[in-house]
Design a protein around this ligand. Structure first.
Ligand code: URA
Ligand code: SF4
Length: 233
């Protein structure tokens, strides 16, 4: 082979390698797959993690205009916490503070929820907290059935991605939305209900507890049972 042919050949090979590396980077794979060496790790690293899937769902919800609440919201409140949490709390809808900060349960009821979580010996960071509605209803009015219908798919996807061991529904709206029942919260509170293989326990909403502190005792019983379920294999 003439020297000039070898040079052209080498340049072509370099061009191919560059194109290969560029394609690998575009598909999010940070290393070149060498036969036999580290192939398994590369494959594993390219699988999207729970955090990544949850983040892409969040980006979808941040742009949602599926119900009229998008017109009055300041921020979408997607949810917050550990994507690998064994326990998910589901509330009703963002209030004033949540809408302002874009985070769930950061107002007065949220402070009580944080205390309840800490009383269980857990930290807020180790659980996941979200709501049925991701946007605030004006003047904190009750969620409308059509808003719940429009938004519920996001909650179902969050639960599917996180796939916790226990879901604690805070109040009537969360319990009724997930269980598709009209039963009053007083009737279903404290029951262990199967929800797609996950134990769902409805309890009173912390905002209700702020108005009715004597019901804290019942909620504490529910939280203790949840703690026991989490510690079981
Ligand atoms: N009440 C809820 O149901 N959710 C929140 O995020 C805050 C208050
Ligand atoms: Fe979309 Fe839910 Fe917000 Fe309605 S409440 S706009 S369905 S994210």
């Amino acid at each position: 082979m003439r020297e000039v042919d070898i040079k052209t050949e080498l340049l072509n090979v370099i061009k191919d390698i560059k194109a290969y590396i560029k394609a690998e980077e575009e598909y999010g794979i940070g290393e070149i797959l060498m036969p036999g060496a580290g192939a398994f790790e590369t494959e594993k690293a390219s699988l999207p993690s729970k955090s990544k899937i949850l983040l892409s769902l969040k980006n979808e919800v941040l742009n949602c205009k599926a119900c009229p609440l998008h017109k009055t919201r300041r921020n979408v409140v997607f949810g917050d916490g550990d994507p690998h949490a064994k326990l998910v709390f589901v509330g009703e809808a963002p209030g004033y503070d949540e809408d302002l900060q874009g985070l769930p349960f950061v107002g007065q009821a949220g402070k009580l929820l944080t205390k309840m979580i800490e009383a269980m010996g857990l930290s807020r960071d180790s659980v996941y907290i979200c709501n049925v509605l991701k946007c605030r209803p004006p003047e904190n009015r009750q969620p409308q059935p059509e808003e719940v219908v429009a938004c519920k798919g996001y909650l179902l996807r969050q639960i599917e991605i996180i796939s916790p061991k226990v879901i604690c529904c805070l109040g009537r709206h969360a319990s009724c939305a997930l269980l598709e029942t009209e039963d009053p919260i007083s009737k279903i509170r404290g029951k262990e209900i199967d929800f797609k293989g996950i134990v769902l326990i409805p309890t009173f909403h912390p905002a209700y507890l702020l108005r009715n502190p004597s019901s804290k005792r019942e909620v504490w019983e529910d939280l203790k049972r949840i703690k026991k379920l989490l510690s079981e294999e």
